[in-house]
Design a protein around this ligand. Structure first.
Ligand code: IYR
Length: 226
């Protein structure tokens, strides 16, 4: 179906006075600085509706041609989580045994990661995030999607921020390759798994690598042209 341009007045925009803008920008920075990737999760359950609301936030992300080329497969079933752990650890064993190469393994050393992924069974929710190269609409027409990795990554960023704001911890896990997620999550071949987002409460004794708290200063990540 071809849709024509139909402009509507910009909804929802409310300009903030500059001082409020400053305060809000600072406040959000403060919130996001409190996000830390966690690898030790509590087994405590998290209600499904909270995950659903955060997924709705992810679904507001901008995307190529507004095609919204993402799919979030949300896994709470312990048997499926075990299967994912088993498959992921097979890949990770090969990765850490040398497939990654010395340089990559060296880069990961300060993070302290290894091939054991118990969090894949412990955390209450695993969110497998897929990007669709093309989509088939209800009327059976296949349409190509655009900027799929960019779109999926932006939506994932929204999701991570939403889960953090809700009070949950996440781990952006990327077993590689992770084609096994298509079969387990029953996703078609035109969809590529990008990230397995592990979500739940952090374990009571959770640690993070100090290295992960070292964020580049503004001067290093930006340049201004005035
Ligand atoms: N997928 C592996 C390795 C890994 C790779 C990167 I790049 C990281 O930032 C962290 C881990 C694993 O999950 O252990």
């Amino acid at each position: 179906m071809i849709r024509d341009f139909e402009p509507i007045p910009l909804p929802d925009y409310a300009e903030k006075p500059l001082e409020t803008m400053r305060q809000e920008a600072e406040r959000f920075l403060g919130i996001m600085r409190q996000r830390h990737t966690v690898r030790e999760f509590a087994a405590r359950p998290v209600p499904r509706d909270i995950i659903e609301t955060c997924l709705r936030t992810a679904g507001t992300a901008p995307s190529g041609a507004n095609h919204q080329p993402w799919h979030f497969a949300v896994i709470g079933d312990p048997a499926i989580k075990s299967r994912i752990r088993r498959e992921a650890e097979i890949e990770e064993q090969a990765f850490y045994a040398g497939k990654a190469g010395e340089e990559w393994l060296g880069a990961l050393r300060p993070l302290g990661t290894d091939q054991d992924k118990p969090f894949l069974e412990i955390a209450p929710w695993l969110i497998a995030i897929f990007g669709a190269r093309n989509s088939v609409s209800a009327d059976g027409v296949t349409r190509k999607n655009y900027y799929v990795p960019e779109s999926v990554s932006i939506a994932t960023g929204f999701l991570i921020a939403a889960l953090h704001q809700a009070g949950l911890a996440t781990l952006t896990h990327t077993p590689s390759p992770m084609g096994f997620l298509n079969e387990i999550c029953q996703r078609p071949a035109n969809e590529k798994p990008y990230i397995l987002l592990v979500t739940g409460y952090p374990a009571e004794n959770a640690h993070i690598p100090r290295y992960a708290t070292e964020k580049k200063p503004l001067e290093e990540i930006s340049s201004f042209f005035l």
